[in-house]
Design a protein around this ligand. Sequence first.
Ligand code: SF4
Length: 503
Amino acid sequence: MHSPSDDALVLHSEEPALQSQRGGRELPELAHRLRSGFVPVVIPLWRKNLARIPALISWLREQGRALPMPEAFQPRPNHFLAEDLGAYHTYVQHLLSPHALRVAPPDQELLAIASRLDHATLVPAGDRLRLFGMITEAVFVGPRVFHLDVTNACNTNCLYCWFHSPLAGARPDAAKLDRRWRNSFLEVPVALQLLDDLRELGSVEDLVISGKGEPLLHPRILDLVSEAKDRELFVTLFTNGILLDQVLRERLLQRPPDLLYVSVSAATPATYRLLHRDCAEGEFERVRANLRALGESREQLKLATPRIVLVMVLNRYNAEELEAFYELGRELGVAFVRYQVMADEPYLREAGLLAPQLPAVLEQLAKVEKKQGEGPRLVENISLQAVRLAENQTDWSHHHFLHHPCNVGWFFARSWADGGYSFCCSPKATALGHDRSFKELWQSEHYRSFRRAGKYIPSHADFTFEDGTPLYTPICNRCPHYEQMAYFDNLARSCGLEEYLWR
Ligand code: SF4
């Protein structure tokens, strides 16, 4: 075994920037030394090298060193990270030391991080590994939330919808939303492969079956829910409730999703009609009856699921009905009410909340918060959005991501019905088409570059995705994942690890 010496070549990472950050030499210089004669190599096991050992060995092999290829570090679920680090060090050292390559024991910083996470026993195991991933710039577990879009087709045209609103014709890319796009349905074999991938990746705490249209229009939607449940995934299904007639309700209750998000956004027929301009006569009443009947059937069958989340996208037409909407939820016996401030896209501006409406919105919100003990619970996202409403603004994340990391790449991913995967709910393609398996994509070096760009978003705002979309767009000022991002910030803070989200 070789020990470190003045002559040993110390390899921090194959990335030149990391080499110099850690006081190492530039890669071309290291390559030159390796090629000009035998030199012992030392790889320090520090936090950004931990998951890079196979990549570093690969690089050394490219420089002509005959080395066996080790497995990547993979912590065991529900096991102590510090112990796993020790075991991994023993394994690679045993494998590589006969080849004049020494892997140093985990450094003090890495051990301290692992120990803090090991002591955070109240943090769910999957989230602990995601946090460890953010810190080490590696991925050890699947996303916490995965949006599976099953169709772009829709049977309504909500005024606030990015895609089907009568106002969406003014989108700069409106031409892309053509007939082919509108008739996209996810193919079942692709969906099943995706479900298998998510199961294998582990810890997908929420599979959200959604779409840019109405998921219940997919002819195999209930089979897909059932297949996801077979794979023991927690399933959330989105709908607008229009198609939930008796036949569909009975089928849904045979293998129910865990949560059913129903977007209604109005407490009265008149407001519903303002927001759904082409709706059929009596549609609001029908949706209300469908939901009431669903709740009653679930009670009769003594089922615990689906728990219903009634959704209101807050805009200028329904702002005065915020409290009435909560009462509608109570009347229907739903478990949760979710209020979501409408994203103020330029082409939807005619529907956005108006500044003079905001005090009344906050007032109603305060009232329904007090009612929670005896009625549906509020989904917490609105409390973060309300902070900005109190400042008379509707861009809830404002300029946050000009100064803070975007760590969405560790806890979320989305698949589109017309093919491809997205980094977040704002369309940013990590792959075009479904040719590549999601599992392979999620674990790839390529995906690592997306995650790293997000982590260092203030200096990587111009980074572009596969479809040419830049990382930082105006949607980052009303980030769809702001609440989850805050959750991981809080976790990191509670473990004393917040600084590592930055560096
Ligand atoms: S909208 Fe911007 S900040 Fe939010 S998750 Fe997407 S890239 Fe990150």
